[in-house]
Design a protein around this ligand. Sequence first.
Ligand SMILES: Nc1nc2c(ncn2[C@@H]2O[C@H](COP(=O)(O)OP(=O)(O)OP(=O)(O)O)[C@@H](O)[C@H]2O)c(=O)[nH]1
Length: 301
Amino acid sequence: MAAAGETRCGLVAVVGAPNAGKSTLVNALAGTKVTIVSPKPQTTRFRIRAVVMHQAAQIVLVDTPGIFTPRRRLDRAMVAAAWGGAQDADLTLLIVDARAGITESVRAICDRLAKVRRPVWLALNKVDLIEPPRLLPLAAELNALLPIAETFMISAEKQRGLDRLLARLAEAMPPGPYLFPEDELSDLPNRMLAAEIVREQILRQTHQEVPHHTTVETESWQERPDGSVRIDCTIYVGRPSQKAILIGDAGARVKAIGAGARRELTALLERRVHLFLNVKDRPGWDEETGRIRALGLEQDE
Ligand SMILES: Nc1nc2c(ncn2[C@@H]2O[C@H](COP(=O)(O)OP(=O)(O)OP(=O)(O)O)[C@@H](O)[C@H]2O)c(=O)[nH]1
């Protein structure tokens, strides 16, 4: 454990076009499955994606929702609130799919980022898929769109170039106390994991009918003496009609979601899992400004 005064801690906003490989990279850095990795664009809606410890540095990887959908203001707000006084991330890590190159959405993101006064680091991802000579010109082209402080060539999937990236991120974090106490950290990934696995099952089993207004939170995580774990998750939906869809006839759908999630969690955690799901509606939850204010959370850019 690091002594007080020696720790570093910061927020890294992970930004990139859909399918750039953000989730794959975060998972590789965190060393555990904490986000949804899916070939479908825009499935990610995590606020805090992962908390990575590296050499007395706590690196909090967050999304910058709002780049595509301003609707998700609360996502940003929660991060800002968690961070206390700090307004924003310490640096932005821009992930670009090197094979896809500078697409329209990459261009749009660069435009946005160029206006934000915080360092931008570039990770050219999927370098396993392209010829190395194409990388430098691509990096140069991106640098012409916005000033890039550091560039990394990586393959998130093949885990190439990640050690250097992680080491540099750790060094770049400002000195300060950890945002998440170390003794809570061990549970955090599990809670995040459980919530994401449930959300993944919702996406799979409701086929677009519900998911975009859905959030899942792990309310409690209790270790049992027999080695099993009891997990209680709440699924929040935006409208009562969605609640009905999620619950299904006589609870059939939520049961199926629970069964699927429990199976996956059992396999991942390698222990018996008792999973309890609760569906609640929280109308306008991720949009309603008044509520954000009431919570005293940050909400502007
Ligand atoms: N070959 C190769 N494929 C990769 C690499 N990194 C990610 N992928 C693949 O690219 C696809 C998209 O990856 P994700 O991590 O889901 O991308 P994302 O940016 O999180 O996507 P959204 O959450 O939809 O915004 C997946 O099929 C990954 O397996 C890589 O380094 N090399």
